[in-house]
Each structure stands twice: as C-alpha cells, then as structure tokens.
Design a binder for this molecule. Sequence first.
Ligand SMILES: Cc1cc2nc3c(=O)[nH]c(=O)nc-3n(C[C@H](O)[C@H](O)[C@H](O)COP(=O)(O)OP(=O)(O)OC[C@H]3O[C@@H](n4cnc5c(N)ncnc54)[C@H](O)[C@@H]3O)c2cc1C
Length: 389
Amino acid sequence: MSHGTGAAALHEEIRAEVKKLCARFPGEYWRKADRSRAYPSEFVRALTEAGYLAALIPEEYGGAGLPLSAAAAILETIHAEGCNGAACHAQMYIMGTILRHGSEKQKRTYLPKIAAGELRLQAFGVTEPGSGSDTTSLRTFARREGDQYVVNGQKVWTSRAEHSDLMLLLARTMPKDETRGRTEGLSTFIVDMRAARTAGLTIRPIRTMMNHNSCEIFFDNVRVPAANLVGEEGKGFRYILDGMNAERLLIASESIGDAKWFIAKAVAYGKERIVFGRPIGQNQGVQFPIARAHAEMRAAELMLREGCARFETGKACGEEANTAKLLAADAAWAAAEACVQTHGGYGFAEEYDVERKYREARLYRVAPISTNLILSYIAEHVLGLPRSY
Ligand SMILES: Cc1cc2nc3c(=O)[nH]c(=O)nc-3n(C[C@H](O)[C@H](O)[C@H](O)COP(=O)(O)OP(=O)(O)OC[C@H]3O[C@@H](n4cnc5c(N)ncnc54)[C@H](O)[C@@H]3O)c2cc1C
C-alpha cells in the first residue's frame, strides 16, 4: 500500500532504520507491558541508544541536529509499526524550551546528558486539577526565597514522572490578580525530581484505560535553585507556547502512524477473512470506512508536511500545526473504528493488538490539546471570529 512517501526529504532511511528497531518489539512485548501497566524500558533504552530521542538536539550539544520532519518520521514509524512513542516522545520536544530560552550554562549542563541518555527529561508539568485547557489558571506557586524558589501545589496527568530525572515545570511566580495580562506571572523551571522526591515531591501513578504512566504530583515546599529558572521570571507561558507547534506536529505524526497501522491491519484482515464464501473486504460496506480513513489520513499527512516545512524555515505554523493535529487525531480514530469493525469479534481479542491500539489512539483527541480547543484556535486566530472563552 502506498503511503505517498518517496522523496529523500521524507527521511526514508530513518524510517527504514526505525522500522528495524521496532521489529524487535512485537505485539507480545506491548501486550505484556499493557497488562501490568509496565513502562517499556527496553524499548525506550533502544531508542535512546540509537540516538532517536536526541534527534532535535543540535550537534554542538551532542544530539543529531535533525529537522522536525525527521523527528516526525521517527514517531510516525514507531506508531505505524504497532509500537507506542508515548513512553518517551516528550523527551524529543520538551528540551526545545531549554534550547531556545535556557542560559548557555543550562544548555551545557543538561542537553549533552539528555542526548547521551544519562539524564531523562520526560516529564512536563503543566496541567493541574483545576486547569487543563485553561492553562493560565494554574495555581502551583513558586515563591522566591534567596537563591531558591519554594514550590507548593499540585500537578495532574504528568506523564512518565516516575521514569524521568527532570521535569519542566510551569508554575505561578506572581498571584493572578496582580498580573497585567492572563499570560503573565508564570515561570518555567527545570526540576531535578531525583533530589526532590526525598524533599517534598510526591508522585502517584494514575491508572488509565491504556498503559501511559501518567501521574499526579504534589509539591510540598519543594526547593528549586533559582539557577534552574528558564529565561526570565514571569515569561514562562510564552516559552511553553513557543514549543507547542512542534509538540502538535509530532503528536500529529504519531496519530498518522496509528492510522497507517489500523488501515494496514484492516486491509490485511479484509482480504483474508472469508464470510459467505468470499473475503469480507470485497464488500463495499467493509471497504468504504477503511478507504475513507485512508483519505483522511492522507489529508492529515499533507498538512503535517506543510507544517513541518514552515516550522523548519522559521515561518509561522500555528494554523498548520493545529490543523494537522486535529485531522490526524480524527483520522486515527476513524481508522481505529474501521479496524475494529472489520475484525468483528476478533477486534476485541487481546492477541490481535487492535483493542490495545484502539485504546491508545483515543487519547489524542483530548491531549495534549482537545479538538474543541483547536477549533477555537482556528475560529479565533485563523478566521478572526470573536474569542469564545
Ligand atoms: C493520558 C494523559 C496524559 C497527559 N499527559 C500530560 C502531561 O504529560 N503533562 C501535562 O501537563 N498534561 C498532560 N495531560 C493533560 C492534558 O493536556 C489535558 O487533559 C487536556 O489539556 C484537557 O484538559 P482537562 O483534562 O482538564 O479537560 P478540561 O479543560 O476540563 O476540558 C474538558 C472538555 O471540555 C472541553 N472544553 C473546555 N473548555 C471549552 C471551551 N471553551 N469550548 C469548548 N469546549 C471546551 C474540552 O475540549 C474537553 O473536551 C495528559 C492527559 C492525559 C489524559
């Protein structure tokens, strides 16, 4: 089946290498981890050792210095091969905040170690129980005390917190009612969670419908050196926003990979399963949902490419990144539905991997940003309609 790829710019060599790596982690590996909600450490180690998680770290800091489209190709392939990049995808893009806004000292301290796999920067502490979509309502507070900040508050849905050494934390450094604008008074910190876990930081895993290693985190007078503030105090929200286009494009690439996996799986089963004396895939009622999901996936793929091309040439890409994320998450979900339906009862059997991928693919219509919030972005920022919230 053609996926419409072909040019060198689409990183065919990287895709082929990632595919080989993924072959070492077949369905059985993921099923086993899923059953016990175990972290896929071996898979993450293999990706780290092969340098894929350091794809976006510049060569001068020990990374591969690859463009965003290469990182997208890596994550898409992981998902198209039935694996799950959610175990480590954030390591690829959270470091962008340090790279763009951190001091030279912070970059030299952290980036080479992250690139070498000695330090894991997997945790991104933004969401709180009272602020998901409405990020700027967050309440976790970092109070300056001499050469330290004292952090109190709570985060939720901090993925991979138990498997990360560092966390990029967004916290309030000025009470909301004292700020001049909604987006002010928030700051970004690098938190060393290894040290903090014995000094006021509590991590509690949340059991979810898929194996995602997400946690709630409590800060009880956690002390963070002022040297770990990224950029200027009070401008943290802007720094986080800056990285969101890259995040959205990379998550879109994972959903495109998911869609490709579901479509390939549905097509194979549609050809092989004989009912009423003929392959079920000969029936248009079975073909059409798969064909429609394919068309939707291709549209998302083209938007992703445009978004990456604009990002890589320094052009504004908010419209493309948001649209790609929306279309890709929807295409993956349409493909997941078609795949389950094509498999009939077997779509529910663990050993086919369809039900596991179905559970995993659903997330991206909600996180890291929900479909409604993307539609609001398009309505307001692309179409010029009045802000709705
Ligand atoms: C498995 C998982 C992993 C995650 N990992 C991380 C992580 O690592 N770090 C992190 O910081 N966060 C993480 N998140 C959090 C995620 O980003 C939020 O769940 C997401 O932003 C939505 O926020 P919420 O859950 O509070 O939903 P809410 O903001 O409460 O929204 C609930 C629903 O209402 C809709 N809604 C809200 N306001 C409007 C409006 N004005 N107009 C129309 N519809 C609206 C939303 O679209 C959504 O469907 C994760 C979440 C999950 C489930």
